[in-house]
Design a protein around this ligand. Structure first.
Ligand code: XBP
Ligand code: MG
Length: 259
């Protein structure tokens, strides 16, 4: 039997944007707009438009897709997207370091509980290493994550499964021992394609996306004094109003991982 196989819950593979932190509307979007302004461009991404643009993962790819929609020639848009994304990354990194990006309610409690139960923590994100590491360090402590896979380590972006696969490889675990936690359809599809079971914790941008194949869909992480709505529970995991270790344990036993 492979290491970790048949031993129940060993680790979790966590997404960052929209999952550990609500970073898109008041974080990345604001940073993109500041980069536009500094570059003397009139483009601004409002809350609604940004929600549509989120279908394209990766800030550089998102910029490229946006300028392509506006008819910009390939050479020009590649250069502009690269330059704007580099500046946006600096702006967002400063926001993260200054504490402007905060954890979603219930995340801190869940990570503490997982650690206390000796469940290993790992990250698989489409975001850039430049801001991911300082953000995780400030909010949770970097040393708590055994492996952190960003877009630099796994350049193919979700829904491609490479970030999840790399996290498993670094953990030395089979997919059956490490469920994913994601907030979006792109994230769910990436996790499923890598064979991980997946809990989706929706937010305002992703609530309506439709999560076929998810093992559990919750309207947030929930807290003991602030229970969260269960949106889909196909394995009858029956979470106690929040995502807790016991629910993840049951998920690994009953859940949909194809290994
Ligand atoms: C996150 C992303 C990222 C962020 C911006 O997706 O797609 O592009 O929006 O970060 P996921 P960068 O949560 O599925 O990982 O600008 O660093 O790409
Ligand atoms: Mg996400």
């Amino acid at each position: 039997m492979a290491p970790g196989e048949g031993q129940g819950l060993q680790a979790v593979v966590l997404d960052v944007d929209g999952t550990l932190v609500d970073s898109e509307r008041d974080g990345h979007r604001v940073a993109f707009n500041r980069a536009f302004e500094e570059a003397g461009l009139e483009d601004r991404w409002d809350v609604e438009l940004y929600g549509e643009l989120l279908a394209v993962t990766g800030g550089d790819r998102r910029l490229n897709a946006y300028f392509e929609q506006r008819g910009m020639a390939e050479d020009e848009r590649r250069e502009l997207a690269g330059r704007l994304h580099a500046r946006k990354t600096e702006i967002f990194t400063a926001m993260a370091r200054e504490g402007e990006i905060t954890p979603r309610p219930g995340v801190g409690e869940l990570l503490d509980e997982l650690e206390a139960a000796d469940v290993r923590l790992s990250v698989a994100t489409t975001g850039s290493r430049a801001w991911v590491r300082p953000l995780l360090d400030r909010l949770f402590g970097l040393e708590r994550f055994e492996t952190i896979v960003t877009s630099e380590e796994a350049p193919e972006r979700k829904p491609d499964p490479s970030a999840h696969r790399m996290a498993l490889e670094n953990l030395g675990l089979p997919a059956s021992a490490a469920p994913a936690v994601e907030d979006s359809l792109n994230g769910l599809q990436a996790a499923m394609a890598a064979g991980l079971a997946c809990v989706v914790v929706v937010n305002d941008y992703t609530r309506e996306q439709g999560f076929d194949g998810a093992d559990l869909v919750l309207d947030g992480f929930g807290r003991p004094d602030d229970p969260v709505a269960v949106l889909a529970d196909p394995h009858h995991l029956d979470p106690p109003g929040r995502l807790d270790v016991e629910t993840l344990r049951r998920l690994v036993i009953r859940g949909g991982s194809s290994g």
